[in-house]
Design a protein around this ligand. Structure first.
Ligand code: SF4
Ligand code: SF4
Length: 502
């Protein structure tokens, strides 16, 4: 029986990024990825649209925080050293939240990589997303793979200069928008935008935009796959996380080999060959310039575009999809040995996966609990060292303290600052003669730290030890029963050789 194939054009495409050709001293052979369609390409379009929208739009989202805090939903406020994320505000003292989030991101990467391989590289890495975006422009202006190869080889002409300058101008605009968007995360976006375009912004804003414009333009426009192959440490790190149960893009050679073109098949018969018709479409669409049929390679970012390409070929020639597919090494080996149960699911879910999910979830829950329970008031006290105490003419001893009251709410508040554990002591503010044994009212602005100098005075004869611990306590006087309350331990020092010293 003769199989009738739909003709599939064979593409003259060679893997240009082969390991044996990889050298820091070799000139780069330009990759001209061909456009492809399919499930993974569509998924990539969606991921690209969502990630770019998040990046460009986020600084412009507003969030009402009352009269005393910025109204930007996501803001790293360097001036006041605060990080705002919607309803969450992180103070420098709470940097452990950022640390916790970074650890979660790390564990999340371990989880993703060990199960679905380099999904980060193939779909969400900024280098991948912006390279994809720049490729869209390149295709739009210069055409698909063949047209671009032809244009590259053509001598310089008005037509070529016009196409190249149009492409580069659009790339530059995108690169500038990318650098520009970044600085809006660090200051009120509308104000900074106005200052930026009226040339009134700080020099660091212009230099940041310049650096990010340059790196985006060069990395996404010209270096592309070289960033992944030579500059990024992630391909090396991830090899330690992959095992035989991790999903990777795999050419199923047990099914595809021996490969034979359609012409060969017509000559020698279909049964002589496997399913691969050697059309090279998988090579032509690869943005990394590799041939997945050579096996697993460090350069493969698992973008799965070769899966889409090959599936489209399989559909045309009436064979099952999946000659190139996401597969684990153990499934691949079982297939090769003919021992795989066709009803069996891929083996990428395993104990390790649950351990990562558990660790990730526990850190997340821990951070959430800390977030809900954290104090919105803090008191820090520093005892004066020089002098440690002052002997007053009336025989009392006075100790000085620098007290910082942190009001972490976005409204001004008044706190009652008092002392506990030092019976008979009185306190007063520097520059004031008004003494109190019950406490002092201290006003603190919204989202601010108030520094005050407080003196504590008492009769040394009432102290058994030379150094006595006591507590400074601050309470929000308008907070009612659930008022914010913070305390910190301090020491009171008296001179040695008092009559009752132990
Ligand atoms: S080999 Fe396939 S999955 Fe890997 S980078 Fe190339 S197109 Fe993407
Ligand atoms: S693996 Fe698929 S896309 Fe690649 S050459 Fe073979 S048939 Fe063509």
């Amino acid at each position: 029986m003769t199989t009738v194939y739909k003709d599939v054009d064979r593409i003259e495409a060679d893997a240009v990024n082969k390991p044996e050709q990889r050298s820091l001293y070799a000139a780069r052979v330009k990759v001209h990825p061909k456009r492809t369609h399919g499930t993974f390409r569509t998924l990539k379009w969606w991921v690209m649209a969502i990630t770019l929208t998040i990046y460009y739009v986020t600084p412009w989202l507003r969030w009402d925080r009352g009269d005393f805090a910025p109204h930007q939903a996501v803001l790293v406020d360097l001036a006041t050293r605060r990080f705002y994320f919607f309803f969450i505000e992180i103070w420098p003292q709470e940097f452990y939240f950022v640390g916790g989030l970074l650890v979660m991101a790390g564990v999340g990467l371990f989880l993703i990589t060990s199960t679905v391989g380099r999904a980060w590289c193939g779909y969400t890495c900024p280098q991948t997303v912006w390279t994809d975006l720049f490729l869209v422009i390149e295709r739009f202006v210069e055409g698909d793979r063949n047209a671009r190869i032809k244009l590259d080889a053509a001598p310089w002409s008005f037509h070529k200069i016009a196409l190249r300058s149009t492409k580069i101008a659009i790339w530059l605009l995108i690169a500038m928008a990318t650098g520009g968007a970044w600085i809006f995360y660090f200051a009120d976006a509308p104000t900074l935008a106005y200052n930026f375009f009226t040339l009134n912004a700080a020099p660091v804003a212009y230099s940041t935009v310049a650096v990010l414009t340059g790196t985006t333009f060069i990395f996404a426009g010209f270096m592309r796959e070289q960033v992944c192959t030579y500059m990024c440490p992630w391909p090396r790190i991830q090899s330690a996380m992959l095992d035989e149960h991790s999903l990777v893009v795999t050419y199923n050679d047990w099914r595809g080999e021996p490969r034979g073109s359609q012409r060969d098949r017509r000559q020698h018969g279909e049964t002589t060959y496997g399913d691969c018709i050697d059309c090279n479409l998988c090579v032509a669409v690869c943005p990394e310039g590799i041939d997945i049929r050579d096996g697993q390679q460090l350069e493969c970012i698992t973008c799965a575009l070769c899966i889409d390409a090959c599936n489209s070929v399989m559909e045309k020639i009436g064979k099952p999809r999946g000659l190139i597919s996401y597969s684990t090494l153990s499934d691949y080996t079982a297939h090769e040995a003919g021992t795989r149960d066709p009803d069996q699911w891929p083996s990428f879910i395993r104990p390790r996966t649950f351990i990562y999910i558990f660790v990730w979830g526990m850190i997340g829950i821990g951070l959430l609990v800390l977030l809900v329970m954290r104090d919105r008031l803090d008191v820090n006290v520093l005892h004066d060292r020089n002098p440690l105490y002052v002997q007053l003419s009336d025989g009392n001893i006075s100790n000085g303290y620098s007290v910082k009251i942190l009001n972490k709410r976005t409204e001004p508040r008044t706190f009652r600052l008092s002392i506990e554990g030092l019976p008979g002591a009185v306190m007063y503010l520097a520059g004031s003669t008004k003494e109190s044994n019950t406490g002092l009212n201290i006003d603190v602005g919204a989202d601010r730290v108030r520094d005050i100098k407080v003196y504590v005075k008492m009769d040394p004869k009432r102290l058994k030890h030379r150094e006595t611990d006591f507590r400074f306590v601050a309470v929000d006087i308008n907070g009612g029963k659930s008022a914010d309350r913070a305390l910190t331990v301090a020491h009171f020092q008296r001179p040695p050789k008092q009559g009752n010293e132990e």
